[in-house]
Structure formats: C-alpha cells, structure tokens
Write a protein that binds this ligand. Sequence first.
Ligand code: ACO
Length: 325
Amino acid sequence: MTAIRSVVLGCGSYLPERILTNAELASKVDTSDEWIVQRTGIKQRHIAADGEFTSHLAIKAAQAALANAGVDAQSIDLIVLATSTPDNTFPATAVAVQNALGITHGAAFDLQAVCSGFIFGLTTADSLLRTGAGKRALVIGAETFSRILDWTDRGTCVLFGDGAGAVVLEAQTQPGEASDRGVLTTHLRSDGRHKEKLFVDGGPSSTQTVGYLRMEGREVFKHAVGMITDVIVDAFKATGASAETIDWFVPHQANKRIIDASAHKLHIAPQKVVLTVDLHGNTSAASIPLALSVAVNDGRIKKGDLVLLEAMGGGFTWGSALVRW
Ligand code: ACO
C-alpha cells in the first residue's frame, strides 16, 4: 500500500546582519551576560535593520531554500508562512513572499501559532499536499520579534531575536512504510486556559495598537517540558520510533534549560540535539527551520535521517513532527 508523503527537498534561512550581544544588552537594561547565559543559554541574537520587515527575511529564507532544493519558484503552488509579527495586519505576509518570487498561481497564507508556528505550518502544508491540493510547498517561519519587545522589560527583551527559515516540501508517492522519506507524523495541541501567560498586549480589534510581548516566564517554564515531552511521546507511539532510533532532535529554540530537560526526560542523547539558541536567541516560528538549516549545511542532517521536531509557545500551543529527511 503506497502513501503520499511530503518530502523535504531543501531548506534555507536568513538572519539579519546586526548582532546584539548580551554585553550590549547589559548596557541598556539591568542584566548581565552571566545571568542570561545561565538561565537561557543565549549569548547573542540578530536584530532586523530599520526598514527590514518580516517579509524581507522570509523572502531571503525562501530563496535560499529553493536554491538548496534545486527547484524553480514557479513549481511552488502553496506557501504557508508562520509568523506572529506580520508586516501588516493584512494582507498576509505570505502574499508578499509569493509576489517577490514572481508566483501568481496557487495559494499563499499566514498562520499564527506563535513559537509553535513552524510545526503548525508544516502540519497544514503536509495535510494539503497529501490531499492533492498542491504538489510543492514552501513552509516558512519568519519573525521580527524585536518589534514587539518592551526593551525596558529585562524579563523578556533578553530572550528573543529576529530571523527566518524555510523548507520546500514535495508530495511524493512512497511505499507507505516507516522507512518512507517525508513527514511521517505530526501532532498539534493547544490549551487556551493559558492564553494570558504569554501574550501581546495589543491588537487590531482590542487596542488598535501592535502592543508588546508579556510573559509569566516561570509559568511558561513550568508547563513547557511536560507539554513538549507528551507530544513527542505521541509521535513515537504513532510511528514506533524512539529516542534510540531518531538521528536528530531539532527543538524550538526557546531556552537551553527547557531543551536539555526535555531531551533528558525522553532519554535523547545530548549529541543528537541541535542547538542554536546560543547564537539566535528565541526566534519564535523561525527557530526550527533556522536550526534545520544550520544542521543541514554543516553536514549533520543527511538524506534518510530521522529528525524529530517539537515546539511549544503562546496560547499555549505545542506540537511535534517526525520527518525522514
Ligand atoms: N537579568 C537579570 N535579572 C533578571 C532578568 C534579567 N534579564 N530577568 C529577570 N530577572 C530577575 C527577576 O527580576 C527576579 O529578581 P528578584 O528575585 O529580585 O525578583 C529574578 O531574576 C528571578 O526571576 P524569574 O523570572 O523568577 O527568573 P527565572 O529563573 O524563572 O528565569 C526565565 C526567567 C529565563 C524567563 C525563565 O522563567 C524561563 O526560561 N522561562 C521560559 C520562558 C521562555 O522560554 N519563553 C519563551 C517563549 S515560550 C517558548 O518559546 C517555549
């Protein structure tokens, strides 16, 4: 029995040029490199330039992914862009990417699941490809969180950065077995009881302003590891995979302590964990495709590898995906 799978043809990413180090942040708010590194593992983050928007980062990441996949933009008939920091309230930032790539067919839309956005976007694109709604998709995570940070709040402004990452997916008929390439399983969750633990205090319908990110850091931390590990166990149960059989663990890069605790609880060997939070900070929906790009480019992730992805973020939302590269 065959199955249609969404196979990853390539990935790419883009980071703004400007790097903001912990030392520089410490000259603006009451914090220190030592505090930030010890609590989060973050050493620096990239910050978009004036006039550089989420769409600009997304376009560069998409172009890099297309080049890495070796396919022409005209073959893309679906663009799903995960972001919480769109250029405008509407239209979707995805249509700016579509336009910049010269694509006038198919569909492009944004998806909002905060830090879980890439997993939600991957799941959505995979579902559409498997039902025949498209043949090739770009799934992009792109953010300019620097624009929604309260730069006087040391509890949040040290955590986030800007960036974008993208993957190209292609619907391919595979044997329908665990050894298939492509997205093998995805699991999405949300629980709105926690919506005030991590949110932005503005919006078009409520305040007619953009607002700033607000977070109860300890509350987020308290729930993160349990939610992440639950949804990974779901992925393992659905596929028969395990901590031993996966080749790489590419988590959402929020905080090294959350990543370490999740990997430890699941008995995932530290050498299988791809970490970029030290250099990128938390880039929300962009963090997973940024980390994928790093590990593909440095030769760690290779064709045929079993790659476990997970994310958790505002809402709360959380999810996992298991992909054979
Ligand atoms: N520098 C120095 N001191 C600070 C800073 C800072 N940047 N931020 C807070 N503090 C102080 C606080 O004021 C407090 O001081 P007090 O004891 O005098 O009141 C002290 O440090 C402890 O504050 P807590 O908030 O309790 O610190 P905690 O150990 O919980 O660490 C952190 C804070 C890093 C935010 C942690 O709670 C965390 O990692 N939470 C998860 C949040 C996260 O990753 N969010 C990302 C989005 S969600 C996601 O992507 C999963």
